[in-house]
Design a protein around this ligand. Sequence first.
Ligand code: MN
Ligand code: MN
Ligand code: ZN
Length: 280
Amino acid sequence: MIRIGAHMPIGGGFKRVPKETIEIGGNAFQIFPHNPRQWKAGFPKEDDVLEFRNRIKKYNIETDSMLSHSGYLINIASPKEDNWKKSLDLLIKEMEICSILGIKYLNIHPGSHLGAGEDKGIKKIVKALNIALESEKNTFILLENVAQKGGNIGYKIEHLKFIIDKVKQPERLGITIDTCHAWDAGYDIVNKLDEFLDKIDKLIGLEKLKFIHLNDSKNELGSNKDRHENIGKGVIGEEGLRKFLTHEIILTKPWILETPGDNEIHKQDISKVKEIIGVI
Ligand code: MN
Ligand code: MN
Ligand code: ZN
C-alpha cells in the first residue's frame, strides 16, 4: 500500500489533522509545529495533544508517515550570530513540540549562508545540529534538498552528505527529497532517476531517505525557481510523475504533497496521484 498525504492546516488545534488526513484520501501527513512565520512558538495544549495522539491511533497513522516541517524564519546556516542563535533556540523548541506530539521526524531546510560561502554555512549548520540533538533527545532531523537560490545550502546531494558526515549523531539525521526542488536544481528525476537514486545511495544511503515531498514544478529543469505546481499540471507532468512514482524505491517511501491549495485541492491531487499510478 502506498503512503500519501499532504501538508495539513493546524488552526484550531493539532487534533483536527488525523481525521482530515483520512478525509482527503491520505494515510500520511505533514504539519508545522507552530505558526511558521513567527519567532514565538508555544507548546500545544494538553487536551489537544491527548486528542491528537488518540486519533493517530484511531485512524492507524504510522509513526514513519508523520512529518513536521520547520518554520520559515529559521536559518541555522546564518553568518549573523544573533540570527543563528534565535534559529537554534526555535529549532530546539520545535523538536520539543514534535516530541510532545509523538512526531518522530522534523524536516528542515539546511539554510542560507547569505553570501558568507557554502563551507562556512555548512559549519554553522553542523554546529547548530550538534547542540540541538544534544539538548532534545527524541526528534530526528531530516534535511530537505532545496532549489539553488538565495545562498541556499542543500541544492546538491553532496551538501546533505557533508552535513550528515560531520554531525556527532548521524544516526538521528535523514533526508527528504522534494521533487520540485530537485527538478529546479537540475536533477532529472524522470529520465535519470536511477542515476539520482544511485547518487543518494552512494553518498548517504537510501535507508536515510525518509520522505518524498511530492510537488509538480511550474518551471523547467534547472530553473532554480522553486514554484510548486499541482499534480500533473506542471512541467514534470503526469507521465513524468508516473515514471518517478512507480520506481520500486520511491514506492516504499511516504509522499507528502506541498502543492498549492487547501484540503479540497489536496484531495484532488491525491486522487490524481492514485489515478496516475493506477491505484484506487
Ligand atoms: Mn520545504
Ligand atoms: Mn518541500
Ligand atoms: Zn519549494
